[in-house]
Design a protein around this ligand. Sequence first.
Ligand code: ADP
Ligand code: ZN
Length: 745
Amino acid sequence: MLKPENANSAGACAVSLPEYFDQGALVAVLTTQPLGRALDYRAPEGGCRPGAYVEVPLGPRKVLGVVWGSGQGDYDLSKIRSVSRVLDVAPMRDEMRAFLERAADYTLTPMPAMLRMATRAPGLGDPPSMRRVYRRGPQEPNKMTAARRKVLEALAEYGDLSFTLRELAEMAGVGTSVVKGLVAQGAVLEEDSPRDLPFARLDPDLPGKTLTEDQQAGADRLAEAVRSERYGTTLLRGVTGSGKTEVYLEAVAAALRAGRQALVLLPEIALTAEFLTRVEERFGTRPAEWHSGATMTERRRIWRMVGEGQAQLVIGARSALFLPYQNLGLIVVDEEHDTSYKQEEGVLYNARDMAVLRASICGAHVVLASATPSLETWANAEAGKYERLDLPSRFGPAVMPEMRAIDMRAESLPSTRWISDALKHAVDQRLERGEQAMLFINRRGYAPITLCRACGHQIGCDHCDARMVEHRFLKRLVCHQCGETKPMPEKCPSCEVEGKLAPVGPGVERLGEEAAALFPEARIATLSSDMYGTARALKEEIVSIAEGGADIIIGTQLVAKGHNFPQLTLVGVIDADLGLQGSDLRAAERTFQLMRQVAGRAGRAEAPGTAVLQTYQPEHPVIRAILGGEEERFWAAEAREREAAGVPPYGRMAGIILSGTDVAQVFDAGNLLARQDRALRSIGAQVFGPAPAPVARVRGRHRVRLLVKAEKSAPLQAALSSWVAQLRLRGDLRVAVDIDPQSFY
Ligand code: ADP
Ligand code: ZN
């Protein structure tokens, strides 16, 4: 886990810098190009400030960079070129530079890659100018066509925003002539507008909801923490529906009143229209929305306005952490346990941990909100590093769902069915009453487990505490931890009954088929991120379901995240065992969180909810903790086990992924690292592997993984750097280091 800086040490790691570089002075410019270091240039006419965003010549091109400090002067002075120009954007602040450097050190990421993350907006160098934009006009079209309706709906979804012609046509999925046709009729207005308009001011003093006593007490504590303008982190824990969002919006209000900016991070998929509407109701206008679906124009606008302090509140996915805030006073990480905060490609970082780092550098407060916090966060609160606020009950008449288990050993289901009679019966009751039911299948991971339907045994690896995973193509079982493989056995290695071994875990689509056969009258909606072309289509589907557009919802993980389905009163978890016995050290924690979250979907409105867990192991401690609602006991037990095993958060881990097109070369490199482990042994760390990586081949590249385990206090990053530096990266061999890996498969 990252150690936060003291609040007042902002910029401590940047060497002390002159205030200004006069024309011709040697400056070091960090560019976004993958070079080993910052390059020397001469300050341009008029000089430049440290932190200035500049364009510099690099070979025949001009590239984006930031004046990082004084030049090194170790390069032929006669060959040094001048900075081409200083861009017309607010310079990077010291605290941002410190943040990028600390984050780079922690994640072992080269600085150019960090700078790329901090400049993810197009056209930063463009001068302010006018452009032609389109927004909703006062008229209705004389004739409504499907294409026209799509344009108007796209505009309606984004409220008052304007778009360029291309953006609007793309969003609506129509040709530009459709938009032009609407302009001719006054249904869409065409205007020239300056780029990058400031965001409308949010009003923290609008009357919010009347908070309950518990909520108010929590809101007051958070507001006070924000007003202190000192770094601190609070775990805001409360069951789904207890009003955590209402409470942290008051912390946002406190930041706005103090004239500081606020950032609310959400898992990408939870960035719903519903959430934005709530923010708008509270503050009177829409905040800046930063996510992968945002248009280029909007990204550029947000980036600039955040830097000028003209965007007070940003709601965003994890990369919003790298925007150039001018005066950040609060970071909320909602659903802080969510695995999507860990970026698993490119720069490998955990946005939750980086939020804490960033806040500690700029004196902001962090709120980590969750119904089921990560063990890391729970342990930090236990240790007194984080404050902890609990919202004990659901708001209003909604009560926690009743939880019960269905013992699948007693249900003699044919091997092609996963919905037990007991669950079917419960769904039938909901259908009769006109309520909604959800069937949830945990498809985490991509390979099923192999289970004996006679005795419940799951085939494990002989060498690791890990399940064997069926590989259909190879017709073998493979352990992803150690690489061991064996043929699929005919009979159960435990009870020796033949012909009962079966892969468990149908996909959502297969489950959908089963549901369609069992409930022929019901309207069934299957929700899985891969089934929707765009995030917007998925959002639309979710809105329609919330309005009653389906009787049965079948979904993967994503439905467990933060959506509000008021008519939902039953959640059936198809396979509560999936993930319980993995090689993943967080398997128990994930299962616990997921089950609690899924169960939290039921009965959010007036009607009471029921959550039913189908399990082959009703006596398993995790299943019992879920059913009994004994959360503290679960965490305490889980913490003891991890402490005894010396694994995070009580020890440190890193994953090393080697990849290349030549499988032998990749394995050779892995074996070489495993043998030459002196740098690691000197700090008492151990190496495991190499083994095939979670996804053993991606786009034609083979991937091999090593795991490193060390004590909590060990200087892991330094040892890893010198260890990995032994590799000679020939050909297309690449190495990536993943500090605090989240997925172990
Ligand atoms: P959480 O974030 O903990 O899941 P929410 O803040 O989303 O909880 O609250 C759940 C629902 O209850 C929301 O629809 C919210 O508007 C409503 N709610 C919570 N607290 C209040 C309150 N004090 N007054 C009115 N409605 C509330
Ligand atoms: Zn068996």
